[in-house]
Each structure stands twice: as structure tokens, then as C-alpha cells.
Design a binder for this molecule. Structure first.
Ligand code: ZN
Length: 327
């Protein structure tokens, strides 16, 4: 399954991308097309148990909607932030949503009676961009989401590495400026503390004495405001350091930039390509592009993960069947 195999025309996956403020939800066909989308507030302040109830209610409602529309829900895919143990289907830890060792996959199976896959929001977003979006057609992709924080997914042949503890891709915590600002993780100088959208806004406020979003800093830099230009270039240089480390580790063909900061488009991509180029010695320079799927990537990726799980299961069933026949 590469996202291009069309299943029977009436099959859909119930897909949810759960964030700290909202959930993006969809019914997704096996060819990766969302046929129906919904958004719901997460209300994370209510605590993890209430959030889990909402997730299951919303998923159940989408499955019912599918059936009412003459569609057949075949699986459920759920993406959550934080540390996610995909193999066990457990949301291990999430600051945004308050999860701590929540067996979300088994809870969904019990409630909906459908095979369910649980994934990490950025890793499944990377999966979707690699298979359906800006990284399509290239086997090795590093997807980097830059927003409040910075996280990445390394996708090889259509599957995103999870790491041994469900925490692969924390590129935001690469050390880039040892004397730099303190990161949310407690250490000074992490990439996220210099180049995230939040960090750019903080740095500008610190120097200019006036608040501005990262998008505004990009705009002012382009308009020739020296202070904004300085802040933007600092962020770009640090990001290039982080991406150069990523390229040294993974040697990808394409780096896809997503998240809010990528919406700066060429204002980010052009100086970042130049800064990355300067840092390449013997490494092959990756193609550097903006994400194509926008904020639907997490939802589509959750669906792809669920489809992969179902197709592996079916494949195993066939193998077991063949084996029985031989006997
Ligand atoms: Zn950090």
C-alpha cells in the first residue's frame, strides 16, 4: 500500500488528528482522498479521561456517518502529539493533551470494533507528505514541522521511523547554539529555542521591545526592516545548522518543511536553501520544499497508518491461509 492502491469504492478510514486545541477529523478513502471532514474542539483542560471520551465519541460519530452515507468504515487511524508507542498503541506522554500511558488503540478497538492504528502527529504528517504530498516520488524524506515547536519525521519507502521509545524525530532538540536561549526542555540552545515560530516572536520582542508573530517578522524583514532582518536571518542560520545535522544523519532526497513557519514560503525557503548549501561539504544537498497538504497532513497520515495496519493484517491472514491449505 503506497496510498495509490484504490480499495473497493465504498471503503473509508475514520481518521483523527488530535491537537491541544482542536481535532481535525475525516473519512479518508484508501487512495488518500478525504471525502468528509470535521473539526472539533479538544478542550484539553478537562483532563485526559474526558479528552479520550471525546475522541471515541467523534470517531464513533464519523463511523456512523460513513454507514449512513453508504460507506464501509474499515479501520480507524488516530494521531496524537507527544511520545507515542505505535507498536503498543499507547499515547505515552503528551504535554498538550495531558496523556500519560493511555492505551488509546485498545480503547478505540473496544468502542468501535474496528482495527485501529495510533500514530504520532508529526510522523504521520511526514508519512502523508512523503506519500501523497511534497515528497511524493522520492523514497527518502525528512519532514520538519516548524510551529510552536520543531519536530521531524524520517520517512523511508513510505514508512516513518518511530525510534525504540516512540520518540524519534525530535530534531527541535538538536543543540545549535550552546549559549543560546533556554529551551522548553530545560537545556539552552536547542534548535527549537532559536528557530521555532514562537522563538522568532520572542527574539524580536526582546530586541525591538514590541510583540510580533514570526509571520510579521518575515514580512518586516522582506520590507527591509533591519531588526526583523537580523532576527529572521538568525533563525534561518540556526535552522540550516539543524537541517545540516539531519542531512548528515539521514541523507534524504527531499526535506519537506511544514507547520506554520513554512507558510512564509520563499521568504523562508530561499535564504534557507542558501544557508544549507553553504553547510554541505561532501553530503549531497537535499531538495528543500514547502509542505503541500497543509493542516490535513496529520489526518491523511493517520488514515495511511491505519490502512498499512489493515493491509499487513490481511497479508498475514492470507499467509496463514496458504499455510493451512498446504497442510
Ligand atoms: Zn530542547
Amino acid at each position: 500500500m503506497t496510498g495509490g492502491d484504490a480499495g473497493p469504492a465504498d471503503q473509508v478510514v475514520v481518521a483523527l488528528d488530535v491537537g491541544g486545541t482542536g481535532m481535525k477529523c475525516a473519512l479518508v478513502r484508501p487512495d488518500g482522498v478525504a471525502v468528509s471532514t470535521e473539526r472539533h474542539p479538544t478542550h484539553a483542560a478537562r483532563g485526559p479521561a474526558a479528552v479520550v471520551d471525546t475522541i471515541l465519541d467523534v470517531a464513533d460519530g464519523l463511523a456512523a456517518k460513513a454507514r449512513a452515507d453508504g460507506l464501509t468504515p474499515i479501520a480507524v487511524g488516530i494521531a496524537v502529539p507527544g511520545v507515542v508507542d505505535e507498536a503498543r498503541g499507547v499515547a505515552v506522554w503528551s504535554a498538550n493533551v495531558g496523556f500519560r500511558d493511555v492505551p488509546l488503540r485498545d480503547l478505540a478497538v473496544a468502542r468501535l470494533g474496528l482495527p485501529t492504528a495510533l500514530g504520532h502527529d508529526v510522523r504521520v504528517g511526514g508519512l502523508a507528505e512523503a506519500r501523497l504530498g511534497a515528497g511524493r516520488g522520492t523514497g527518502q524524506v525528512l519532514f520538519v514541522a516548524i510551529g510552536t515547536g520543531i519536530a521531524a519525521a524520517h520517512v523511508v519507502d513510505g514508512s516513518a521511523a518511530t525510534g525504540a521509545h516512540g520518540a524519534a524525530g525530535e530534531i527541535g532538540h538538536i543543540l545549535v547554539r550552546p549559549d543560546g536561549p533556554r529551551c522548553g526542555c530545560g537545556r539552552p540552545g536547542c534548535l527549537e529555542a532559536v528557530s521555532s515560530a514562537a522563538a522568532i516572536g520572542r527574539r524580536y520582542a526582546e530586541l525591538a521591545g514590541a510583540a510580533a508573530t514570526a509571520a510579521e517578522v518575515a514580512e518586516r524583514a522582506a520590507a527591509g526592516e533591519p531588526l526583523a532582518g537580523q532576527v529572521w536571518q538568525e533563525a534561518v542560520e540556526a535552522l540550516a545548522d539543524g537541517l545540516a545535522t539531519g542531512q548528515a544523519l539521514f541523507d534524504v532526497a527531499t526535506i519537506v518543511l511544514g507547520g506554520g513557519l513554512a507558510q512564509a514560503g520563499d521568504r523562508l525557503l530561499i535564504p534557507l536553501r542558501a544557508a544549507l548549501h553553504e553547510r554541505m561539504t561532501f553530503h549531497r544537498e537535499p531538495r528543500l520544499v514547502a509542505a503541500a497538504l497543509g493542516d490535513e497532513a496529520g489526518c491523511l497520515g493517520a488514515a495511511l497508518l491505519a490502512l498499512d495496519a489493515v493491509s499487513v493484517r490481511d497479508h498475514d491472514a492470507v499467509r496463514v491461509g496458504d499455510h493451512l491449505e498446504e497442510r
